[in-house]
Design a protein around this ligand. Structure first.
Ligand code: CA
Length: 153
């Protein structure tokens, strides 16, 4: 499913707002990345993007990427070492399960918004902010049209 069918422009705005809200009380940074294909383990791909998008450059290593491949129907969530040290692995798995269950119902925007909100709550506990910290990474969704990807890429 093409990313632009997956989320309308209005949906996209709602998600960017949700990221902004989620980051309000934490120094943590959240990014949503959407592309078409994923021919490898989605967590590996999420880590690769995390690095490519320079999300590992945050002050306290508390960036989180929510990765979605729409055609191949794969999702992953990867958190940097700062946040990963603090939360149990099952937190990430629970959020992936939430995402998948919402997606199965066709609730793409709502599912992402819910998970972004949950991650924000978690970040707020371990990395609180008084709101004066800089927005280290932009809140816009990153899209990649990788329909031409080769199977072993
Ligand atoms: Ca941000």
């Amino acid at each position: 499913m093409p990313a632009r069918e997956f989320l309308s422009e209005d949906d996209e705005k709602l998600i960017v707002d949700a990221i902004e809200r989620a980051e309000k009380n934490t120094t943590g940074e959240i990014r949503v990345h959407i592309e078409f294909k994923c021919k490898k383990d989605p967590l590996e791909r999420a880590k690769e993007l995390f690095h490519d998008l320079e999300m590992n450059q945050t002050e306290t290593r508390n960036g989180v990427i929510l990765y979605i491949a729409t055609d191949d129907k794969k999702v992953a969530i990867f958190g940097d070492e700062g946040i990963s040290k603090k939360v149990d692995d099952h937190f990430w798995q629970d959020e992936i399960d939430n995402l998948i269950s919402e997606f199965k119902k066709g609730n793409f925007e709502a599912g992402i918004e819910r998970v972004v909100g949950d991650i924000g709550e978690k970040l707020k506990i371990y990395f609180p902010s008084d709101g004066s910290d800089p927005d280290e990474l932009g809140n816009e969704i990153t899209f990649k049209d990788n329909r031409e990807i080769q199977n072993d890429d």
